[in-house]
Write a protein that binds this ligand. Structure first.
Ligand code: OAD
Length: 237
């Protein structure tokens, strides 16, 4: 299906990191079971209960030190090597597993757990030193603000890299979607856009996502098992 010279865009979600040991959001044992979405992932929650939101994200930031990439992350690196500038990876994931696997042409539309941001001066910094992963707030190194926020896109906030990911989706010949439930807009809208602009759409997911009808091809199962085989076939063809 996928041939050299074609443009390929890939959208990933929490499912691609599930086999690395990071829980997805909407599974029965998912994160939102313990924390209501509106308690942690909105600017209002940060205003109302800063300490709780901070603790929640610090826990998730510390977890990055305990997990590692899986064969699905590696397969996307191989795909990028094969397609070069014709490849774009868009992820909703805030973990750093695509980066650690070696993906380069990557748009992290929901932000990055590794980083913190100053709401006063806009400074963004990598903050993974042991003292930056504790319960205490982390001060800004660029101004007098004593409390940086997670560099995460919360509900009601604008995703990052919008122009770049929209261009990649409009432009691609093949759109591959891996491990996302299709619940969260605007990411969930990229599949209908790709379909309507003429891309061939392929999905890999453990359960059929909400927008499953937009795929030309849907493969149900684990990304770590299906994706490496699929990529190998494409690169050998
Ligand atoms: P969800 O938790 O909503 O969906 C994860 C999907 O992955 C589900 O449809 C599962 O069936 C599937 N899945 C689980 N294990 C899998 C595996 N091994 N292989 C393939 N698929 C698997 O997560 P997202 O759709 O990514 O936003 O959620 C979107 C956004 O909701 C997140 O980015 C997050 C949250 O609000 C932010 O953190 C800003």
């Amino acid at each position: 299906m996928l041939k050299k010279g074609m443009k390929v865009a890939v959208l990933t979600g929490a499912g691609i990191s599930a086999e690395s040991g990071i829980r997805t959001f909407r599974a029965e044992d998912g994160l939102w079971e313990e924390h209501r979405l509106e308690d942690v992932a909105t600017p209002q929650a940060w205003e109302r209960d800063t300490e709780m939101v901070w603790r929640f994200y610090q826990e998730r930031r510390r977890q990055l030190l305990e997990v590692d990439v899986n064969p699905a992350h590696d397969a996307l690196v191989e795909l990028e090597k094969g397609f070069g500038v014709d490849f774009t990876l868009i992820t909703q994931n805030v973990d750093d597993l695509h980066v650690r696997a070696g993906s380069k042409r990557l748009i992290q539309m929901h932000g990055e757990l590794r980083k913190l941001r100053c709401e006063e001066c806009g400074h963004v910094c990598e903050a993974m030193e042991p003292e930056q992963l504790m319960e205490d707030y982390v001060p800004c190194s660029n101004c007098s603000n004593q409390r940086l926020r997670p560099h995460i896109v919360w509900f009601e906030e604008m995703p990052m890299g919008v122009w770049d990911y929209e261009a990649a989706v409009h432009d691609c010949d093949v759109f591959l979607v891996v491990g996302t439930s299709g619940h969260v807009y605007p990411a969930s809208n990229l599949l209908p856009i790709a379909r309507h602009t003429g891309s061939y759409c392929i999905g890999i997911n453990l359960d059929p996502p909400l927008n499953v009808d937009y795929f030309h091809e849907f493969h149900q199962g684990k990304a770590g098992e299906i994706l490496p085989e699929m990529v190998k076939e494409w690169l050998e063809s």
